[in-house]
Design a protein around this ligand. Structure first.
Ligand code: PGA
Length: 245
């Protein structure tokens, strides 16, 4: 049985005091959930968020693949580990589109995190143009193959994949549950081809892109969707609780 995992991706939202206020309202209410839930907060708020979260996962939104060095503005995996951060989003489409993230850097980051026993949330997904050209399968399979290159079977089982069609992110356009399921099934089949049926049956695949309290149930009811990566709807305490409850 795969345990569902819902992560709010706060992107560049919330000051430190707003982060504390959110967690004061939400964290205690999230005790005894049957699923894993959390929020990915900006770097500057990771430490304080950890202090205020007993039940929620506090995730990071990125990391660098080098151990240390002259990389102004970057954060190493050791720094995240020292803060007891366990989950790290990598390869988000916004980072691919605006900050030069590539399949190669996603792979390097995934390997670095897995070597530390940390959990990469690897994002993949096609653009609107690729979707309209019927290239979704090819694009997503290619992203997955490259992201998992050189990752061994045991490590692969621990990874979380987030399928996020770029045309559905922040646009209010959700992929229908049917489309999301179809692509998540393609991803699972690809994992079976890269590894085996066991890895494919345990690896968790989230859907992301305009997930809201009123559509999450149908999405998570799909056989190959094991959770959600949620942007906008994760920012307000009540909507976040609407997602996880
Ligand atoms: P959205 O963002 O829920 O606001 O569409 C999802 C994401 O980018 O992870």
């Amino acid at each position: 049985m795969r345990k569902p995992i819902i992560i709010g991706n706060w992107k560049m939202h919330k000051t430190t005091s707003e982060t504390i206020e959110f967690l004061k309202q939400v964290d205690a209410v999230c005790a005894n959930l049957t699923l894993e839930a959390g929020v990915a907060v900006p770097y500057v708020n990771l430490a304080v968020a950890k202090q205020h979260a007993k039940n929620l996962i506090i995730a990071a939104q990125n990391c660098h693949y080098e151990d240390f060095g002259a990389f102004t503005g970057e954060i190493s995996v050791d720094m995240l580990e020292d803060l007891k951060i366990t989950h790290i989003i990598i390869g988000h489409s916004e980072r691919r589109q605006m900050f030069n993230e590539t399949d190669e850097t996603v792979n390097l980051k995934a390997k670095k995190l897995l070597a530390k026993g940390m959990i990469p949330i690897i994002c993949c997904g096609e653009t609107l143009q690729q979707y309209e050209n019927n290239e979704t399968q090819q694009i997503v399979e290619n992203q997955i193959a490259k992201a998992f290159q050189g990752i061994d079977l045991e490590d692969a089982k621990t990874v979380v994949i987030a399928y996020e069609p770029i045309w559905a992110i922040g646009t209010g356009k959700t992929a229908t549950a049917e489309i999301a399921q179809k692509v998540c099934a393609i991803i699972r089949t690809k994992i079976a081809a890269l590894y085996d049926e066991v890895v494919a049956s345990v690896i968790r695949i989230q859907y992301g892109g305009s997930v809201k309290p009123d559509n999450i149930k149908e999405l998570l009811a799909q056989p190959d969707i094991d959770g959600a990566l949620v942007g906008g709807a994760s920012l307000e305490p009540q909507t976040f609780l609407g997602l996880v409850k």
